[in-house]
Design a protein around this ligand. Structure first.
Ligand code: HEM
Length: 342
């Protein structure tokens, strides 16, 4: 998996290198779209063993679906069943995405070239799991593929954008991470799973980015029975939304610098960083915690270490800071950076 991530990142890196050269040494770029393509490429290769071009249509439709879903009123019961213009757009996109995924699944199954990728695991799961709770086998496969795409694409791409923004705004931390990367994998390209675990400063920077800009704004749980929570009655079946940014930036829990970028707080791990470590939950919590968290951390480390080994980043004077809620927390106007070779 790490090799696949390295290959995908190197092809983006090469394109940035020639663009920097073309711009005579300093390239001004909004990085988000390229990082989305990178994340799409990686999840597509990991999932279907295919390259980005095959998943391109699926991703553009998923993006449109995400925008349409962000316009709905989350939490108002029954709203999603009304045939409003937006809901009809959502239903149409869902149908198209389903059939596109199925056609890729069929193609992969016929070619049988995908080996031990995520799709194979989903197909194995579909073979051995016979309680579909009323779901057809086809639905089981499509839903799981969609989950992988939806959960693993935008979340990681957005985290990459925010991390580059924060490092561009904090030259000292950027220099520390670059020094660590160059020390860990001498020529910048010798990355493997061992090298990734040794990158402590980079890990601290990623944890701090996920604290300040968690892509998921809340985790949702349903009460399975009536609960008396410290005097608050929560009736059975009620949905409870746990707001991640509020917990991760609480002054009470994290101290007076809770709103500041300070990766140092994670020097001794999550347990030492926060009065109540359970309040740190960028990947959720408990039995339904993100199944892709280790995949995501590996992808973030590979992409950032390769980028930092080759380029220096600073904020463009035209960068406008405006985190916006679109199902994930995204930079509204993109992350506009100045890039030059190290
Ligand atoms: C920075 C990147 C990511 C973040 C911040 C993130 C965050 C989350 C969060 C908050 C949840 C809900 C957990 C809960 O309810 O307790 C979740 C679920 C999930 N994530 Fe991720 N995720 C990321 C990347 C990925 C990737 C790369 C994949 C797949 C390769 C993935 C697959 C999933 C799946 C399948 C679930 C549903 C788990 C379940 O319901 O049992 N995620 N993620």
């Amino acid at each position: 998996m790490v090799n696949l991530m390295v290959d995908a990142t190197i092809s983006m890196l090469k394109s940035w290198e020639s663009r920097v050269e073309w711009e005579k040494g300093i390239l001004e770029i909004i990085v988000d779209e390229d990082l989305r393509s990178l994340s799409a490429d990686i999840i597509s290769r990991a999932c279907f063993g295919s390259n980005y071009s095959k998943g391109e249509e699926i991703f553009s439709k998923l993006k449109a679906l995400q925008m349409a879903m962000a316009k709905t009123y989350i939490g108002i019961p029954g709203m999603r069943y009304l045939p409003s213009k937006n809901n009809r757009e959502i239903w149409k996109l869902e149908k198209e995405i389903d059939s596109l995924i199925l056609s890729v699944v069929n193609h992969c199954t016929e070619e049988a070239t995908h080996g031990k990728d995520l799709l194979q695991m989903i197909l194995d799961g579909a073979e051995t799991y016979d309680d579909y709770k009323g779901l057809s086998k086809e639905r089981f496969i499509v839903n799981n593929c969609k989950n992988m795409y939806f959960a693993g694409y935008e979340t990681t791409a957005t985290t990459l954008s925010w991390t580059l923004m924060l490092l561009a705004a904090s030259p000292d931390w950027q220099a520390c991470v670059r020094a660590e990367v160059l020390e860990t994998c001498k020529d910048g390209f010798l990355l493997d799973a061992n090298a990734l675990t040794n990158m402590k400063t980079l890990t601290m920077v990623i944890l701090e980015t996920l604290r300040l800009y968690p892509p998921a704004t809340f985790v949702i749980r349903q009460a399975l029975e009536d609960i008396d929570f410290k005097g608050i009655m929560i009736p059975k079946d009620m949905n409870i939304q746990i707001p991640i940014p509020a917990l991760q930036q609480s002054l009470q829990l994290w101290g007076p610098d809770a709103h500041r970028f300070n990766p140092e707080r994670f020097a001794n791990g999550i347990v030492e960083a926060c009065k109540v470590p359970q309040a740190y939950m960028p990947f959720g919590i408990g039995a339904r915690i993100c199944t892709g968290q280790h995949f995501a951390m590996a992808e973030l480390k590979v992409a950032l270490s390769l980028l930092l080994s080759k380029f220096c980043f600073s904020l463009s004077p035209a960068y406008v800071h405006s985190p916006a809620f679109r199902l994930v927390i995204q930079p509204e106007h993109g992350v506009r950076l100045l890039i030059k070779r190290v």
